[in-house]
Design a protein around this ligand. Structure first.
Ligand SMILES: CC(C)(COP(=O)(O)OP(=O)(O)OC[C@H]1O[C@@H](n2cnc3c(N)ncnc32)[C@H](O)[C@@H]1OP(=O)(O)O)[C@@H](O)C(=O)NCCC(=O)NCCS
Length: 390
């Protein structure tokens, strides 16, 4: 008998108070607050504080949280030296995963209580962008730009990456991108983080596992593929034929469709606006090309399958990041810079949730469909008598 639950689709495995997705109505809620409201009124710092706590912070709590984030903006010297010694061809996600695991060595917190984990979360949120920016500078043969203590989280990352302080509009656009990607319930990387945390492993082990899960192209890598598609298509007039050819060959169009949203992904709605603003600001064609991809894919899918398809978060984030001047292979690390807030909130929930049912070690069951030789097992054949290589 084969398992009915491949990929755990639609299997409820835990309670969470952190976020909710309504895939039918296209809503994403962080701790009770609509993401569309947060992108208008909040900042990444405040949203992270919201995710790590039960509600929106008071001014005092937010000030303390933001100060701790800024105070933690310092990469340990030996970690920086270690980065410089690595092969420049290394993938930024591999670097990030390794460096986050290494951060446990420098952890100043004692024990595994809630407060220690809250402080670890702040350190991780602060350090992730520093590692990503430092690695990009090192691999391109440039001097590392050390963090600024006067810029906000979004502005500081762009500053460390480029060496220039971004203007307020660019900073706000990136800030909104960070809010949008901060949390998305039990996606693959968050589940990986919670699973590791459920063994009582420390937060750095759980977050580095999450980075590993995010690195795969079925999860964090899709917006890189979208940008590759945009560059390959090159102009609006080539979109229709390109999409038709891909669909005729049975290929998927990256950035379209979602496993949970069966309507417009609310994050795509916001990113579409940001991509439009950046195209107008920079005079680049990527918004128009992306919009044409959306329209043609919708029309063609209706003809082929008779069903609707909608853009997901990756369709417009690709061109948004590209026009912010971010190297394409940093798209997934940027996802991590933001999602580390959600991961750490989930790790804390996994370790300390008080309401029943209490979390416990994840231990799903597999259906064995391998070799079977009867109840006493197969006969062990000595190596010299094994005739066939298996
Ligand atoms: C995300 C994704 C895996 C969800 O797939 P799903 O759960 O099978 O989605 P649906 O059930 O709505 O798909 C319905 C049909 O449309 C097809 N479809 C879905 N997304 C498609 C796409 N982007 N291009 C072409 N066809 C697509 C499916 O293959 C399925 O066809 P079938 O009925 O012949 O099997 C899928 O949409 C996809 O691969 N998208 C492109 C990759 C991407 O952008 N990933 C980032 C997600 S945030």
């Amino acid at each position: 008998m084969q398992t009915k639950n491949i990929g755990l689709r639609n299997i409820e495995v835990a309670d969470t108070k952190i976020s909710a997705i309504d895939g039918i109505n296209g809503k994403l809620i962080y701790r009770g607050y609509d993401i569309l409201d947060l992108v208008k009124k909040s900042t990444f710092e405040e949203t992270s504080c919201l995710l790590l706590n039960e509600d929106l912070p008071t001014k005092k709590t937010l000030d303390e949280f933001s100060k701790k984030l800024v105070d933690a903006r310092q990469i340990p010297e030996s970690l920086e030296k270690g980065l410089r010694d690595l092969p420049k061809t290394a993938n930024p996600m591999d670097i990030l995963q390794a460096m986050i695991a290494m951060m446990s060595v420098y952890d100043k917190e004692k024990g595994d209580d809630r407060e220690a984990n809250y402080n670890r979360a702040i350190n991780l949120i602060s350090m992730t962008p520093i590692i990503v920016a430092a690695w990009d500078r090192i691999r391109s043969g440039k001097e590392i730009v050390h963090p600024s203590k006067k810029l906000n989280h979004a502005g500081n990352f762009l500053y460390m990456l480029t060496g220039k302080e971004p203007d307020t509009e660019i900073t706000r656009i990136f800030d909104i991108c960070l809010i949008l990607h901060a949390e998305h319930s039990f996606n693959a990387s968050t589940f990986a983080a919670r699973e590791v945390a459920s063994t009582r492993a420390h937060m750095f082990a759980a977050v580095s596992a999450a980075v590993g899960a995010l690195s795969g192209e079925l999860h964090g890598g899709a917006n890189y593929q979208v940008m590759k598609m945009l560059l390959e298509i090159g102009s609006e007039d080539k979109v229709e034929q390109w999409i038709k050819d891909k669909l005729a060959k049975g290929n998927k169009i990256m950035g379209m469709g979602h496993a949970v949203y069966k309507t417009f992904d609310p994050r795509a709605e916001v990113l579409r606006e940001l991509s439009k603003r950046l195209s107008e600001k920079t005079g680049q064609p990527w918004y128009n090309i992306t919009q044409r991809i959306e329209d043609v894919t919708e029309e063609e899918m209706k003809k082929i399958k008779g069903s609707d398809i909608f853009p997901n978060v990756d369709l417009y984030s690709a061109s948004t990041y590209y026009m912010l001047g971010i190297p394409m292979d940093l798209n997934t690390p940027i996802f991590a810079i933001s999602r580390v807030s959600g991961w750490t909130a989930h790790i804390i929930e996994e370790k300390f949730a008080e309401a029943a049912p209490k979390p416990m070690l994840y231990r799903p069951k597999a259906v064995y469909v391998g070799k079977y030789c009867g109840p006493s097992g197969c006969e062990y054949v000595p190596i010299e008598k094994r005739l066939v290589d298996v």
